[in-house]
Design a binder for this molecule. Structure first.
Ligand code: FAD
Length: 598
């Protein structure tokens, strides 16, 4: 059965970015949010560490220092006009959340309390600064609950557990989206003047990841399959502290409160890699250091992990606590309740008495759908926009994170650019008309889903998915080389060919997660291929993209953004290998690229 809806603006995704956009768009437009999860289950709810803003509540700070850290953290691939917007608007955005009722931690004077985080410094890199605003280690949860309530108050209409499978793009404009109602299997066509994508990351293409199972990137793949470009996919962040073997995240907040890395010889090894910032160097630097320690046989007992040590005696011994102050077990339990519980439950370790086994985990997509400063999606590397299409949050690339995102900078990105996107849509729909929809825009995707649901075949989606995750983890991970990436690319292409013969067991319509998971796999295979191609093409090392065969950053040839585009016929199934790569210059305003040291 096919249902039709019409809204001024639709938003795909109910995480922090989608809800902030919905809230602001709804002030002047009728808005629907379509989400495959119930909104408060979105991944934003798992964010632990905090949200950056140079409020200077604890010590001197300002937006200029913050902008510098963001640009340097991103290894100078950051568009500096975007970083300037982020740094300046972060203050107001955090205050807006506060006024909505978000229960931030407080100083004794009643101001928002802040803590240190990797790569955030005072006075252009001189010392670590307390810039992360937080609600214990449940900041994302609080943001999501606060924004959801604000949207309900604003009468935003929610389509919960609706799975968006395709976009309606006609004559270079976006006219809406096609979704499957998970409960019934019914098809819903949404006709809109403006569509904003806020579908989050797609880390599930890797084996060890901090990302929720739902982060599979169909809306991003839909953009790609409609011949629109994706930007800088080769930059995928590996967070240094994933729980060993599980990838579940232990926030950098643990190091913000004084925790350190320790290798198999009992050494605090970050002193060798980042003499100034040590364990609070940026994530790419820490992940590579851990990898190298392990490679040189200095993992714990020679194995493939190191310890995160948050024992008060260690922190006090190294004077690594905030401001060099001593810490007690009680204070740590209060500031890091959830992650300490995770250490106990998932690993069975007692973090006040022993080290916690960790390894780098695939965490964050710096690249994604290219946008301008008002979240309008770019049609090409010259900056032309796609009328009616917007993107914000992790699925987008504006690009404030460049080659490597700093901790706490995603939550700010969501609220700053979600708000800008929402406002831009509200403005756009005032004067825009509903353009006529093509006839049966749902037909191609309905046919593709029917094919997967009914065909007989030898291949199982779960097996193909594991093979993809394994090869991406091993070959397009913390360190890569050209030959390694080529092997991954060949494998992903083989998996795409096998995907044509996928068969599923559940032949029904209601809650057919078998079918939707197969569709997710197809989307991830496209994103994995585009990621591998972008990584193979960039013959330098920058930020999270570390090529062992090209170990140096090369500003002469590579200070530019990758735009990868699928050039074959638009499709709703995995694409063919027809692609092109073009480049967009990096916007540099205040900070000339320098060698990055921490
Ligand atoms: C464990 C963890 C901890 C983190 N901690 C921090 C932190 O402390 N500070 C920080 O700044 N960043 C942190 N990050 C990163 C940050 O949380 C995310 O980048 C950010 O929350 C993404 O928000 P979003 O709004 O873009 O998307 P998400 O919150 O991921 O939401 C995506 C939404 O899209 C919907 N969706 C996806 N696909 C479809 C589809 N096909 N159809 C319909 N709907 C769809 C989902 O239902 C969901 O509502 C953390 C990330 C993780 C994984």
């Amino acid at each position: 059965m096919i249902h039709h809806h019409q809204f001024d603006a639709i938003i795909v995704g109910a995480g922090g970015a989608g809800l902030m956009a919905a809230l602001h768009a709804s002030k002047a437009a009728n808005v629907a949010v379509i989400s495959k999860l119930y909104p408060t289950r979105s991944h934003t709810g798992t964010a632990q560490g905090g949200i950056a803003a140079p409020l200077a509540n604890m010590e001197e700070d300002n937006p200029e220092w913050y902008m510098y850290d963001t640009v340097k953290g991103g290894d100078y691939l950051v568009d500096q006009d975007a970083a300037e917007v982020l740094a300046h608007e972060s203050i107001d955005a955090v205050v807006e959340l506060e006024h909505m009722g978000l229960p931030f931690d407080r100083t004794p004077e009643g101001r928002i309390e802040q803590r240190r985080f990797g790569g955030h410094t005072a006075d252009f890199g001189k010392r670590a600064v307390m810039r992360s605003c937080k609600s214990a280690d449940r900041t994302g949860h609080m943001i999501l609950q606060t924004l959801y309530q604000a949207c309900i108050k604003q009468n935003v209409q929610f389509f919960d557990e609706f799975f968006v499978v395709d976009l309606v793009v006609e004559g270079g404009m976006c006219l809406g989206a096609v979704a499957i109602e998970i409960n019934t299997g019914d098809v819903h066509v949404f006709h809109a003047k403006a569509t904003l994508l806020a579908s989050g990351g797609f880390g599930r293409m890797f084996k060890v990841t901090s990302n929720a199972h739902s982060l599979t990137g169909e809306p991003v793949a839909a953009v790609y399959r409609r011949n629109l470009p994706l930007e800088d996919l080769e930059f995928f962040q590996f967070h240094p502290t994933g729980i060993y073997k599980m990838g579940v995240l232990l926030s950098e907040a643990a190091r913000g409160e004084g925790g350190v890395f320790v290798n198999g010889k009992g050494e605090r090894f970050m002193e060798r890699y980042a003499p100034n910032m040590k364990d609070l160097a940026s994530r790419d630097v820490c992940s590579r250091a851990i990898y190298l320690e392990i490679k040189d046989g200095r993992g714990i007992n020679g194995k493939d992990y190191v310890y995160l040590d948050i024992r008060p005696e260690t922190i006090n011994g190294y004077k690594s606590g905030p401001g060099g102050k001593t810490v007690t077990a009680e204070e740590l339990e209060k500031k890091l309740p959830d992650i300490i519980e995770m250490m106990r439950i998932y690993l069975g370790v007692e973090p006040m008495k022993e080290g916690v086994p960790i390894q780098p985990t695939a965490h964050y997509a710096m690249g994604g759908i290219p946008t301008d400063l008002n979240c309008q999606v770019l049609a090409d590397a010259t900056g032309a926009v796609v009328p009616g299409l917007y993107a914000a949050g992790e699925c987008a690339c504006v690009s404030v994170h460049g080659a490597n995102r700093l901790g706490t900078n995603s939550l700010v990105d969501l609220v700053v650019f979600g708000r800008r996107g929402g406002r831009a849509m509200a403005e756009f729909v005032k004067s825009a008309d509903f353009k006529p929809m093509p006839s049966a825009p749902e037909a191609p995707v309905v046919a593709e889903l029917e094919r997967i649901r009914t065909q007989a075949g030898q291949e199982k989606a779960g097996i193909l998915r594991s093979e993809m995750q394994e090869i991406m983890m091993d070959n397009v991970g913390v360190f890569r080389t050209g030959p390694m990436i080529q092997i991954a690319l060949n494998k992903v292409r083989e998996l795409k060919a096998r995907f044509a013969h996928v068969a599923i067991d559940d032949k029904g319509k209601r809650f057919n997660t078998d079918l939707l998971e197969a569709y997710e796999l197809g989307a991830m295979l496209d994103l994995a291929e585009a990621t591998a191609l972008s990584a193979l093409n960039r013959t330098e090392s920058r930020g999270a993209h570390s090529r062992d065969d090209h170990p140096k950053r090369d500003d002469v040839n590579w200070l530019k953004h990758t735009f990868i585009r699928y050039t074959g016929a638009p499709t709703v199934a995995p694409t063919s290998a027809e692609t092109e790569i073009t480049y967009k210059p990096v916007t540099i305003t205040k900070f000339q690229p320098k060698e990055r040291t921490y």
